[in-house]
Design a binder for this molecule. Structure first.
Ligand code: NAP
Length: 200
């Protein structure tokens, strides 16, 4: 598939590397192709960079891995090109009452919106099998064909996809991210922590 990754930072670089290895065509949408972050991502992923509007036009799936606050203006400036596509919101605003960007993305007509790659540190997508334990990854979004695509894209990163439901369950996934951040940054745990769903 043609995958557009907006932002070539920690998350964009880690996911781009995995999806390129899985055979997808990656394009990064960036504001500055020469920024240190973009250059670090390009050292890991051999992919073109384009300005964000052009990058959005090339993609069937668009990953938002830019700062949370930059999403509404990006959506407003590119609504026609985003319409009808699979949109993945990885952005977080842990400082505010609303952590995700669902409200901005839901202004786009006919888009299939998924909340994923938000609830764990980027290292877990970079190295999903630590100590022989596969990382679980919880996500929300609509059921149906696009969810099968989303499931495959998560699996191709190497983590185990676990669907929590449609966006009436988004807060659960957001709170998993808040839990991870609280434990990692305020309770003395390392960034290597992850939640595992265990069936007994
Ligand atoms: N870091 C994590 O472990 C993690 C985990 C889950 C979710 N997230 C979320 O994922 C998103 C990306 O995080 P990250 O750690 O990958 O960030 P990052 O390493 O700082 O990279 C951010 C990327 O967004 C670009 N960017 C910054 N401001 C922008 C703007 N106003 N318009 C367009 N592009 C802009 C940066 O471009 P320049 O190079 O030009 O600055 C860079 O390519 C954030 O919303 C974050 O909350 C992060």
């Amino acid at each position: 598939m043609n995958l557009t990754i907006l932002g070539a930072g920690n998350i964009g670089g880690a996911l781009g590397q995995k999806w390129a290895a899985a055979g997808h065509t990656i394009t990064f949408g960036v504001r500055d192709p020469n920024s240190p972050k973009t250059q670090a991502a390009l050292a890991k992923v051999n992919a073109p960079t384009l300005p964000i509007p052009e990058a959005i036009r090339t993609g069937e799936v668009i990953l938002f891995s830019i700062p949370w606050a930059a999403v509404p203006e990006t959506v407003a400036a590119n609504t026609p090109a985003l319409s009808g596509k699979i949109l993945i919101d990885a952005t977080n605003n842990f400082a505010g009452p609303i952590i995700n960007n669902l409200a901005a993305l839901q202004t786009i007509p006919h888009a299939a919106i998924f909340r994923a790659f938000n609830s764990l540190g980027w290292e877990h997508f970079d190295a999903p099998n630590r100590g022989g334990v596969q990382t679980d990854h919880f996500y929300t979004g609509p059921d149906g064909d696009t969810r099968q695509t989303m499931h495959q894209l998560i699996a191709e990163v190497g983590v185990r996809p676990i669907w929590v439901g449609d966006h009436d369950r988004i807060q659960i996934v957001d709170n998993l991210g808040a839990l991870w951040v609280t434990l990692a940054f305020q309770r003395g745990w390392a960034r290597g922590i992850t939640l595992k769903l265990v069936e007994k």
